[in-house]
Design a protein around this ligand. Structure first.
Ligand SMILES: [Zn+2]
Length: 146
């Protein structure tokens, strides 16, 4: 499993507008990549490179602030879950929630936006990742002001 065949299948059948330069690596948290969105197209969640089960995703215009944490299914390589980090207008972290992703009839990964039934409290493990992301944000905003 996971050979080139399934890669092309995934690229052609899912997240059709995906292009490799949409996301660029801007940092690391432990062994996990922090990636920045480089375009403002609809899909906010990067497709798995097949080397990682999760990514930290920064704001499009601020690579020093993580706004999403995306998880992938190891078997299908599709996005399975995202954690959204919520900030207020002054960039203070005010909370987090998670969403589940599904596959539609066209084999595209999606989730309904503003679906109240698809918004969950982060688990204890989720909070570990969220706190790692917040430490990353703090560290980088400090570095920026020096
Ligand atoms: Zn959300």
């Amino acid at each position: 499993m996971g050979g080139n065949g399934s890669y092309s299948y995934f690229v052609s059948k899912t997240l059709g507008s995906y292009s490799k330069d949409r996301y660029k690596k801007v940092g690391m948290i432990g062994k996990t990549k922090v990636v920045a969105v480089t375009t403002h197209e609809r899909t906010k969640t990067p497709m798995n490179s097949f080397t990682s089960k999760m990514y930290y995703v920064t704001a499009p215009k601020n690579p020093k602030r993580i706004e999403h944490i995306a998880f992938y299914n190891q078997r299908t390589h599709g996005v399975s879950k995202t954690i959204d980090l919520i900030y207020d207008k002054n960039s203070n972290f005010v909370g987090a929630h998670t969403h589940r992703w599904q596959v539609n009839d066209n084999n595209e990964y999606y989730r309904k936006s503003h679906d109240g039934r698809n918004q969950f409290e982060p688990t204890r493990t989720d909070w570990r990742y969220i706190n790692s992301a917040l430490r990353y944000n703090n560290k980088h905003s400090k570095n920026q002001s020096i």
